[in-house]
Design a protein. Structure first.
Length: 198
């Protein structure tokens, strides 16, 4: 079965929906579908991350596990002079992100299908943002941290959202073992936002 949202090719029947969300002052439209993460709308963890994330308007940003694009597309709006690269293993999510970027007239984005960082491993970024695929297991989440660290410029930041009950304390400890500085920027309804600085 490949019906979980971190499958390369979801085999669940397509069932597209349209949603509108207000994110960081931008009114955005998203087409979602079955077989992608949070098809009913922007999940609360992503909303908390979007509300907290900060980077320069000219930053190069990487959205890891972009789904249908709410985090990366908002990031592109916040970094109008920068560029956002959005990656996901799920081909349906990648196609939706491309369509949603066009739908919201966001042009400073590149969307790629990628098994974790495979497609971007030669690139470097000022900022990595991720609502990591917790259900894929701790080993995958720790790879998001470890391999992402290698792609950050000096002084670059990684912004992560993770629920306390889904391993926030161990995730923070893992980040602290690698990064120069880690702070819990905010917490909301059990969600923790960590900012790790290289």
């Amino acid at each position: 079965m490949s019906n979980h949202y971190y499958s390369e090719k979801p085999n669940v029947a397509s069932n597209e929906q349209q949603h509108e969300w207000q994110l960081r002052g931008f009114k955005l439209k998203f087409t979602t579908d079955a077989g992608v993460f949070s098809k009913a709308g922007v999940d609360y963890g992503s909303q908390v991350l979007i509300g907290a994330m900060e980077f320069a308007e000219h930053a190069t940003v990487l959205d890891v596990g972009c789904g249908y694009g709410p985090i990366g597309i908002t990031a592109a709006k916040l970094a109008p002079k920068g560029h956002v690269t959005m990656i996901d293993i799920n081909e349906r999510a990648v196609e939706l992100s491309k369509r949603n970027a066009a739908l919201n007239e966001v042009h400073n984005v590149t969307v790629m299908q990628s098994d974790l960082y495979e497609a971007v491993k030669e690139m470097r970024f000022d900022c990595i943002i991720s609502n990591p695929p917790i259900r894929a297991g701790k080993a995958v989440v720790h790879r998001v941290f470890e391999e992402g660290y290698e792609l950050l410029n000096d002084g670059g930041t990684m912004w992560i959202v993770i629920q306390k009950k889904q391993g926030a304390p161990s995730a923070k400890a893992k980040l602290e073992s690698m990064f120069a500085g880690v702070e819990e920027v905010t917490k909301d309804k059990g969600y923790r936002i960590f900012k790790a600085t290289r």
